[in-house]
Design a binder for this molecule. Structure first.
Ligand code: SF4
Length: 326
């Protein structure tokens, strides 16, 4: 990620969203999660190419980068890796940036992408887009292997596609995009069509029409109501943002005003200890501190190369969570 990445309107990073909804239109903007992902990508490239790491890098982010670079070493098995490659397709016309690519032999191309968070089932199409563009130049490649590295989960997943599979998958994807078929999903909040979208309105309409007494008698009805309510939760966030923006610019929104809440004070632990160590002993001071386990694990792993273990780590109580199945 040597320079700021430029984005093409039909760039492959948008393909997973387009696979969910063929009429998705991306809005500009970033988020703290996206900025964290960019920092880890940058560190990953620096570690992978043996460059200096900026002082003051977050240990947790750095440990993800070190781990992911180790995975690339293992997967590429001493092949020459190209980091942060600009990839261009002529037909259809688009460009994108792959994280790492290499060839394990003159017939097999590997494309590797680092991801924050859990990942989603549509992500594969992004790398298919890169593969499709690269295959236009690399006529001898018969097989493509796509690798996802999920640093937060410390997991990888790989897929194999033949040249024909890639061409066929892109064909199907392009015909899906040209169909304009809409589908709601996580991308809706980032879509320019959101406010007038008939699919979004359909959810409001369906929820409004729900037979509130009968719905509780059927697992199928509650499951589909839950999916709609999850979407409505994100609509609530959108409404909150909109009202805040209006009030901030001076528009009257009945029943709402904004106010500034005092930020909560934070203690700088090292400075606090230096100032207080004459009056408070170390045990008492540590009782007042909470340790960030993830950061401690990352720091320990960076220093020693080993996983942090010890009876001082008390496992939390298991809780029952709901996970959506297909
Ligand atoms: S808001 Fe509508 S057009 Fe946009 S992604 Fe969602 S369903 Fe598709």
């Amino acid at each position: 990620m040597s320079d700021e990445r430029k984005h093409h309107p039909f760039g492959c990073s948008k393909w997973p969203d387009l696979l969910r909804c063929a009429d998705y239109k991306a809005t500009e903007g970033s988020s703290p999660a996206a900025e964290r992902g960019t920092r880890i990508h940058k560190l990953w490239e620096l570690v992978g190419t043996n460059q200096d790491i900026p002082k003051g890098s977050d240990p947790e982010e750095l440990s993800h980068a070190v781990w992911a670079a180790g995975v690339v070493d293992e997967l590429s098995d001493a092949a020459t890796c190209e980091w942060e490659t600009k990839i261009e397709s002529h037909e259809p016309e688009y460009f994108g940036h792959s994280d790492v690519i290499w060839q394990s032999d003159h017939r097999t191309l590997h494309i590797c992408d680092g991801k924050s968070g859990q990942g989603n089932p549509e992500q594969y199409i992004q790398l298919i887009g890169y593969a499709f563009a690269l295959l236009q130049e690399l006529s001898g490649i018969e097989q493509v292997e796509l690798h996802f590295i999920y640093w937060d989960k410390r997991q990888t997943s790989s897929f194999q596609f033949s040249r024909e599979d890639v061409l066929h998958t892109v064909d199907e994807f392009l015909s899906h995009v040209s169909s304009g078929k809409r589908g709601v999903g996580v991308q809706c909040n980032r879509c320019q069509n959101y406010e007038g979208c008939s699919e979004v309105k359909g959810i409001l309409f369906r929820s409004w029409q729900t037979d509130w007494e009968l719905v509780w008698q059927s697992p199928e009805s509650v499951a589909s109501l839950k999916a709609d309510l999850d979407f409505l939760m994100s609509m609530k966030d959108k409404a909150t943002e909109k009202i805040k923006a209006w009030v901030d610019e001076g528009t009257i929104v009945p029943g709402y005003k904004t106010f500034t809440r005092k930020g909560s004070s934070k203690v700088l632990p090292a400075q606090a200890w230096q100032s207080l160590k004459e009056e408070i002993d170390a045990d008492e001071f540590l009782e007042c501190c909470s340790v960030n386990l993830k950061k401690l694990q990352s720091l320990y792993q960076l220093r020693t190369g080993r996983e942090l273990e010890g009876t001082f780590i008390k496992p939390g109580k298991p809780t029952t969570m709901l996970r959506k199945t297909k």
